[in-house]
Design a protein around this ligand. Structure first.
Ligand code: GUN
Length: 312
């Protein structure tokens, strides 16, 4: 790159502020449901003692309380068997106070996660991971649940008025939780982007990323996305939440994304910070999905349009 064609400072996509707005709407919608005798209920199941997962699960329960949802936190030891976990899921499936069920990922290695996800009643699958909801995402059927982190990324782009139609979007990471569902959303008639999914086996990852008008990093590797990977003026969404040891912090760690923020940000039109970008949006979308589950279970039909229609 030749020298200092000074660029405007990037827009910081403030996920914390947007999540606060979304959650205020959720709180009002929960109050409207209360008036009809319905309390949205979310069960969060955590197997094992992964510290990051413990933080996420606690944060989900706290947000439920703030919104007037019922929440149940089920913490199971790392030694829990597949059958014991299946039994917990079956009990929650049958419980009318529970509209949404989330089993925190990743579970311990001896657990067959796909089988657990298949056991969740798809009408309570607020993560959107059950094959029935994955199919509905492919089909753009609004009765399905859209996975929370990808939905949060789209909401951040839409709310900032950042155009996706016709844009080259590159997603780094092909996970069930983020990469693949986000690719489906971006290519859907809602967003109309041209999408590339890159991953650890992609040839010349930096060159692929340099094509991106919208670059989404969802690999879980601290600061792998460098300034030289960025097309100037790109929009960068950092989904990574990595813990790096830091003795100067009370917690003993600091959070960093998948993007080398300090060197990348000056090149971008817009970028999400870590923390305070995608993370808070994930929880906000989970609350929206739980409301959707409560409405659909109580009224047995789509009363209020959800993701695709909401964002049309
Ligand atoms: N682990 C990291 N993100 C998620 C998520 O969105 N849902 C679940 N169940 N586990 C996760």
């Amino acid at each position: 790159m030749h020298s200092a064609a000074a660029m405007n400072p990037p827009r910081i996509l403030d996920g914390k502020a947007l999540a606060t707005t979304v959650l205020a709407t959720c709180r009002a919608e929960a109050a409207a449901l209360h008036a009809q005798g319905i309390t949205p209920g979310l069960a969060v199941v955590l197997v094992g003692e992964d510290p990051a997962s413990q933080v996420y699960v606690a944060s989900k329960a706290r947000t439920c309380a703030e919104l007037g949802f019922y929440s149940r936190k089920i913490e199971l030891p790392a030694t829990t068997t597949q059958q014991e976990l299946l039994d917990v899921v079956c009990t929650l499936n049958a419980d009318p106070a529970i509209h949404g069920i989330l089993v925190q990922s990743p579970p311990p290695k001896h657990i067959d996660e796909a089988a657990i996800i298949r056991a969740i009643d798809p009408r309570k699958d607020v993560d959107g991971f059950h094959p029935e909801n994955v199919a509905k995402l492919v089909l753009e059927d609004p009765s399905g649940f859209v996975p929370c982190t990808p939905a949060g990324c789209i909401k951040l782009l839409d709310s900032a008025g950042l155009a996706t139609a016709g844009a080259e979007a590159v997603i780094i990471g092909r996970s069930m939780i983020v990469g693949k569902p986000l690719a489906l959303l971006l290519v859907s008639k809602h967003s109309n982007a041209t999408v590339t999914i890159a991953h650890s086996r992609s040839r010349d990852l930096p060159a692929i990323c340099r094509r991106a008008d919208i670059l989404i990093a969802a690999v879980g590797r601290p600061e792998i996305v460098k300034a030289s990977w960025i097309k100037p003026g790109a929009v960068v969404i950092d989904v990574g939440i990595n813990r790096l040891a830091d003795a100067t912090k009370k917690s003993g760690y600091r959070l960093t994304g998948d993007v080398a923020y300090d060197e990348v940000a000056p090149l971008c039109a817009a970028i999400t910070p870590v923390p305070g970008g995608v993370g808070p949006m994930t929880i906000a979308m989970l609350m929206q999905n739980t409301l959707q589950a409560a409405r659909q279970s109580e009224f047995k039909k789509i009363q209020k349009p959800n993701f695709f229609l909401d964002h049309a």
